[in-house]
Write a new protein. Structure first.
Length: 184
């Protein structure tokens, strides 16, 4: 399937090819059973910052990220994905800055579960880690709310009742509004 208009070439612009940029029209869908409406394409920010993911080395700085996010939002993408563990939180910082004043017009999903620090409790989906990572994500993303909080992995050490109580607490205390909870 080609998204190119007739007569356009397949050159690349900042790592994004014309096929991706020249969508004829963006479609939107309901996200699960939530009330959220998201673009059919989501933008993953895993490579924002610098790091090494199982041998895949990446470096996407703020300027390049700003350009990529601007192109994505101009084409109708409104759903952005990151995680606490991506580049040790640098991905969230870069994404928050790149969205800037467009934040209110877009949805952010972030994920928690993988190691987020050196203490033994800074991994998994236990109460302490979920609360601390959510608070840190809000700061790094420079936002008052997270639209979709994903549990990045299961946790055999934490009872599901603890996870459910923690998620409910996050909603009640307004650390995270009741938009959408997606469990592993």
């Amino acid at each position: 399937m080609s998204f190119l208009s007739q007569g356009e070439n397949r050159t690349s612009h900042g790592g994004i090819c014309d096929e991706t940029l020249i969508l004829l029209s963006m479609k939107y869908y309901q996200l699960g059973r939530s009330g959220l409406i998201v673009s059919e394409l989501a933008f993953g920010a895993m490579t924002f910052g610098s790091g090494d993911y199982y041998g895949f080395k990446y470096t996407v700085g703020q300027q390049e990220a700003n350009e990529m996010i601007a192109k994505a939002t101009d084409k109708g993408i409104n759903f952005f994905d990151t995680a606490v563990s991506y580049a040790n939180g640098e991905s969230e910082i870069i994404l928050g800055k790149a969205l800037g004043n467009k934040r209110k017009d877009n949805l952010i999903a972030t994920k928690i579960a993988f190691r987020a620090g050196t203490p033994p409790f800074r991994a998994g989906i236990n109460l302490k880690n979920l609360v601390e990572c959510t608070n840190e994500s809000l700061t790094r993303l420079d936002t008052d709310y997270i639209d979709v909080l994903l549990l990045h992995n299961d946790d055999p050490l934490t009872p599901v009742e603890e996870v459910a109580r923690t998620m409910e607490m996050l909603v009640i205390t307004r650390w995270w509004p009741p938009r959408c909870i997606i469990l592993f």
